[in-house]
Design a protein around this ligand. Structure first.
Ligand code: PEP
Ligand code: MN
Length: 341
């Protein structure tokens, strides 16, 4: 059920609707929009009778939601969500650029890469402290020491920190240090982790699972939002297919598909999406042309020595060129859209 308040509805009228929802034992999710507030309802085991709400003051409509997801849907919030972190944002008029090494390997390595990322004008720094590795014998990340290095990057360069939360056990400590909590592809359907992260107030970047459909992806975001955290950013990072020329198949068609159904921002990770550095820039260009709200790329100053994902890491000069091309493509499209033919 979705309650749409009239454009003139007062705060008291909205509060009254929230109270009625709570008194029925359900959870209200008010979403203020440009012209009206909509209220999503979760926690109801079956259909709710719209008659509970239709005659309450300020209510314009009570609509049954037929889709399996509610809070991620554009039906609830027609305007695009912009996730804001101080002076930085994801969604909105500028493409977000998130860059950094796959993993935080040492203080020196991280600072050297952060300096390159900051100089490009990007606002977000990525780097894993807790790494999900296919082999138990591979480098697992520096853990808390890595988080402290990331905090140092924020202090020195003013970059916002995006880092992965691998499990519920380490959620508290990652939450303490990160600006954006990343949920990795392998955890997209780790429902207890999604619920736990839904209880935080930090923005969440949710990566698409290795074999997730659009609906499964949106329902994973719904898990986070149903707990009350509405700052979710989706990230396409490629899926498994029969194609063997590439690490994954980067599915850019999901960008307009998400935008059609959801108000959430969506970014693209062409590094994990391709696995090879020569493919990263072409696919980053394509992602921006397809309408993505930003990109996340891996950068390393010595990729041959990287402890993870070296073959897909951009060299610093490649990264700088990518940033300039991505911005140029974004500008051209925005200009053409501003003056339709
Ligand atoms: C990452 O971004 O470091 C990562 C491990 O990505 P994914 O979860 O998409 O494999
Ligand atoms: Mn990686």
């Amino acid at each position: 059920m979705l309650i749409v308040m009239g454009p003139e509805a007062t705060k008291t009228q909205i509060e009254e609707v929230l109270q009625v929802i709570r008194s029925l034992g359900y959870k209200p999710h008010p979403m203020p929009g440009a012209t009206r507030t909509a209220i999503g309802i979760t926690g109801n085991p079956g259909a709710i009778d719209p008659a509970h709400f239709e005659n309450l003051p300020g209510v314009a409509e009570a609509i049954r939601v037929s889709k399996p997801y509610k809070l991620v849907s554009r039906d609830l919030k027609p305007e695009d969500t912009v996730v804001r972190l101080g002076d930085a944002s994801i969604g909105g008029s500028q493409p977000a650029i998130i860059a950094g090494p796959c993993a935080v390997e040492s203080h020196q390595q991280t600072m050297e890469i952060a300096e390159i990322v900051a100089a490009s004008g990007a606002q977000f720094f990525r780097g894993g402290a807790f790494k999900p590795r296919t082999s138990p014998y591979s480098f697992q990340g520096l853990g808390i020491e890595g988080l402290k290095i990331l905090a140092d990057v924020r202090d020195r360069f003013g970059l916002k920190i995006v880092t992965e939360v691998l499990d519920t056990e380490t959620a508290n400590v990652v939450e303490e240090y990160a600006d954006v909590l990343q949920i990795g592809a392998r955890n997209m359907q780790n429902f207890s982790l999604l619920k736990r992260i839904g209880q935080t107030h930090k923005p969440v970047m949710l990566k698409r699972g290795l074999a997730a459909t659009l609906e499964e992806f949106l329902l994973a975001a719904e898990y986070i939002m149903a707990e009350g955290n509405y700052n979710v950013i989706l990230c396409e990072r490629g899926v498994r297919t029969f194609a063997d020329h590439t690490r994954n198949t980067l599915d850019l068609s999901i960008v307009p598909a998400v935008q059609n159904r959801s108000h959430l921002p969506i970014i693209v990770d062409p590094s994990h999406g391709t696995g090879k550095r020569h493919k990263v820039t072409p696919m980053a260009r394509a992602a921006i042309a397809a309408g993505a709200d930003g990109i996340m790329v891996e950068v390393h100053n010595h990729p041959e020595l990287a402890l993870s994902d070296g073959p897909q890491a951009l060299l610093p000069e490649m990264f700088n060129q990518l940033v300039s091309e991505v911005r140029a493509i974004h500008r051209v499209i925005a200009e053409a859209q501003a003056s339709p033919v």
